[in-house]
Write a protein that binds this ligand. Structure first.
Ligand SMILES: CC(C)(COP(=O)(O)OP(=O)(O)OC[C@H]1O[C@@H](n2cnc3c(N)ncnc32)[C@H](O)[C@@H]1OP(=O)(O)O)[C@@H](O)C(=O)NCCC(=O)NCCS
Length: 176
């Protein structure tokens, strides 16, 4: 599914039972970005529906042989995830909604591998563009997406609602 992961990690599509495990890592992985407001924002950005209705276009990476959740399908020891989907409105586009890598595993190409897998999936469904957004405060995410070849917008004030500024990113898969 994802062929270039560091040893000891495996990838699969998530299932509904993974939802609590993924929610549980958000605050640590985002380093408390934006304080209490950020905690609430992130939990609301990842409701259970993503683990019900968007599983076949999303990926979960876990440590092999470690099942913290206690049984297969519980998410185990989550090492990274990407939640994405094919746009229902723009038939040439796909969208990455949320991505995270365990901080202890940063800089090993896992984020890039997740995006490569999503690009391949998008292409296989005839999608040419991939879009995503991040908050202006998340400079690591902005550097990461730029390194991957995304084009960034400037800061768009109130993009997601009052006080919720965003930077948008797009990539043309046909140009790569
Ligand atoms: C952003 C994130 C997903 C990157 O994951 P990662 O596995 O560490 O990234 P990779 O190792 O695949 O890096 C891919 C490229 O991005 C660059 N990059 C990654 N993080 C970077 C950072 N903080 N600053 C600058 N460049 C960075 C790498 O140098 C690499 O470039 P290269 O291949 O040309 O050397 C990870 O830092 C993360 O989970 N952050 C917290 C959650 C988050 O902000 N998610 C994104 C917003 S929803």
């Amino acid at each position: 599914m994802i062929d270039v992961l560091p040893g000891g990690l495996t990838a699969r599509h998530p299932v509904e039972g993974d939802h609590p495990q993924v929610l549980a890592v958000l605050d640590e992985w985002w380093g408390g970005l934006k304080g209490a407001a950020g905690v609430l924002e992130r939990s609301l950005l990842l409701p259970r529906l993503y683990f019900q209705h968007f599983t076949t276009t999303s990926f979960l990476v876990e440590r092999e042989g470690v099942q913290v959740g206690g049984r297969q399908g519980d998410g185990g020891d989550v090492a990274a995830f990407l939640v994405g989907f094919l746009s229902q409105t723009e038939l040439d586009a796909a969208y990455v909604h949320f991505v995270g890598v365990d901080p202890r595993l940063h800089g090993q190409g896992i984020g890039r591998a997740l995006y490569r897998a999503f690009f391949a999936l998008a292409r296989s469904h005839g999608r040419r563009y991939v879009h995503c957004i991040t908050s202006p405060q998340n400079t690591a995410s902005q550097s990461f997406h730029t390194r991957l070849g995304f084009t960034a917008s400037g800061v768009k004030p109130d993009y997601d609602g009052p006080g919720l500024d965003r930077v948008t990113f797009s990539i043309d898969l046909a140009a790569r």
